[in-house]
Ligand binder design. Structure first.
Ligand SMILES: [Zn+2]
Length: 160
């Protein structure tokens, strides 16, 4: 038997091991995070502290709240917006999610790449502005979901 077939056969046990109820097709929340590897510890902390283990969908776009809105400059990314909206609609349709939880983070490379250098004193204000713009986009698209957002700060160094 190949490893692939074995891993498929073992899937139900794997799901149980991580606390997912395979009989339930509902999730409370869709998480939207940046791709940045430095912040996945903080993302895990939020999942644990909000008791979301096994109860969330997850979509990852560079820049989190910014990613679906890069429709400006030399490198507009309308397909990122489409990707995000398609997945938000799919999470609602398949898992009846009620909340979008947006976890942006400080020192985000996507913000710097697409907006230029950011004054650290203005960083939170700029993130909040893009979170509000994301809420407006979702409202305009007619998607009924509660949106909350947080800016993660990198306080943990996993390499130690
Ligand atoms: Zn980032």
């Amino acid at each position: 038997m190949s490893d692939y077939a074995k891993s498929i056969k073992d899937l139900p046990e794997v799901f149980q091991a991580v606390g997912i109820n395979k009989d339930s097709h509902k999730a409370q929340v869709l998480l939207l995070t940046c791709i940045d590897f430095r912040f996945f510890d903080e993302v895990s902390d939020v999942i644990r502290s909000r008791k979301l283990c096994g109860d969330y969908d997850h979509v990852i776009v560079a820049g989190a709240e910014l990613g679906p809105q890069i429709d400006f400059g030399k490198e507009p990314k309308p397909h990122w917006k489409q990707f995000f909206l398609d997945h938000l609609r799919l999470a609602k349709e398949l898992h009846e999610i009620e909340q979008l939880l947006v976890l942006g983070h400080e020192d985000c490379g996507a913000y710097k790449r697409f907006l230029g250098p950011i004054d650290p004193d203005k960083e939170e204000e700029i993130h909040t502005m893009y979170l509000e713009k994301l809420k407006e986009l979702i409202r305009q698209e007619g998607i009924d979901v509660k949106v909350d957002g947080f800016m993660l700060r990198n306080t943990v160094d996993c390499r130690n």
